[in-house]
Design a protein around this ligand. Structure first.
Ligand code: DAH
Length: 345
């Protein structure tokens, strides 16, 4: 019959499709061998189809014979590939081909967090003028946190430091200033220390507040320290940290533990004093609270307040990092988002 050739070729094509599916789904050498026998074995589907070739009219034989050979070769080749893949999988390797043209994976390189970088730089600069580094506990007594610093517990200044109480008289420190008292209780003057650390407030979590943030406390006590030395130390720091062209301004303020007290402003380091959104058009940005140590603090720690004088200051390195790196939201500094922090590596 004239269409016997095409019918047989279609049958061979069907055998090829089924054979490919059977070989590819075989997960073990046994399953693969069973498929081999079914399709390529002596009495298998391919050889039975090939033996039907004999019954075809002569003119149909060559094309159909060639089609049969192609199916046989294709299945034999696939059998070989699958057999190797199963052997590799069984020995723990994979059948993935290594693509040597793929770019290598970069090794992860850590970096210093922008706030830590500010703290390190500030410490380094003050170290040059004789300051050492100290730390104090984050869980603090209300005596150290308030009373020793001339803040009576019922004083409105204590309200601003509303905090988390862990127990009667034990709280999460609201500032690093209690380290001043700890240092002075342990060491006689002269004292020049910087105390960086975390502090806690009942503050909202928004673009400019975080309930836990860093501070750096500074304290210098000696005989004969006056406001001039205080200003000179701050100017030295400001010129080093922000650049020699930066000017400082002391604005009168109030802190119970300093008298007189001042907020220190520097000329805005983004617009250099001409006014921009960072300095809200004033040309100045505030960088710390400060002042001459109140004699009441010396008395609380047993220092002779007639003999010794000193200055103290407290700054927020996260705020300085926001200004310096033009970061619009303080939360970015604390969320640990690697994509954001990578910019500073
Ligand atoms: N402890 C103050 C605060 O957290 C900051 C401060 C102001 C510290 C003046 C000082 C200082 O040492 O002299 O708001």
């Amino acid at each position: 019959m004239a269409n016997e050739g095409p019918a047989l070729r279609e049958r061979l094509e069907e055998i090829r499709r089924r054979g490919v599916a059977a070989f590819e789904s075989a997960e073990s050498q046994e399953a693969l061998e069973a498929a081999r026998i079914e399709f390529l074995g002596r009495g298998g589907l391919v050889s039975r189809a090939m033996s039907d070739l004999k019954a075809l009219p002569a003119e149909e034989k060559p094309a159909t014979g060639q089609a049969g050979n192609r199916v046989k070769k294709a299945l034999e080749a696939l059998l070989e590939v699958r057999s190797a893949a199963i052997a590799a999988a069984e020995s723990g390797e994979t059948d993935e081909v290594t693509d040597l043209t793929l770019p290598g994976r970069r090794t992860w390189q850590g970096g210093v967090h922008p706030v830590t970088r500010v703290i390190d730089e500030v410490c380094e600069i003050f170290r040059e003028i004789g300051f050492t580094i100290a730390t104090g506990p984050e869980i603090e007594s209300d005596w150290h946190n308030f009373t020793s610093l001339n803040i009576p517990l019922d004083h409105p200044a204590a309200d601003m430091h509303d905090t988390f109480y862990l127990d009667q008289g034990v709280l999460l420190r609201t500032h690093t200033s209690p380290v001043q008292a700890r240092i002075m209780l342990e060491h006689d003057p002269p004292v020049r220390v910087l105390a960086p650390g975390l502090v806690f407030r009942r503050d909202p979590w928004d673009a400019s507040h975080a309930p836990a943030f860093e501070q750096i406390e500074g304290l210098a006590v000696d005989e004969g320290i006056d406001f001039v030395e205080f200003r000179a130390a701050i100017d030295f720091f400001v010129h080093r940290f922000f650049g020699t062209g930066t000017r400082t301004r002391f604005r009168p303020s109030y802190f119970p533990f300093t008298e007189p007290s001042a907020e220190v402003d520097v000329t805005c380091f983004l617009c250099e004093g001409s006014g921009c959104s960072t300095c809200k058009g004033t040309g100045w940005v505030e960088i710390m609270g400060s002042g001459m140590v109140n004699p009441a603090v010396f008395e609380a720690v047993g220092y002779d307040s007639e003999r010794f004088t000193g200055y103290a200051f407290g700054m927020g390195p996260a705020r300085i990092a926001l200004l310096r790196y033009r970061i619009p939201d303080i939360r970015l500094l604390y969320e640990g988002d690697a994509a954001f922090l990578e910019q500073f590596c």
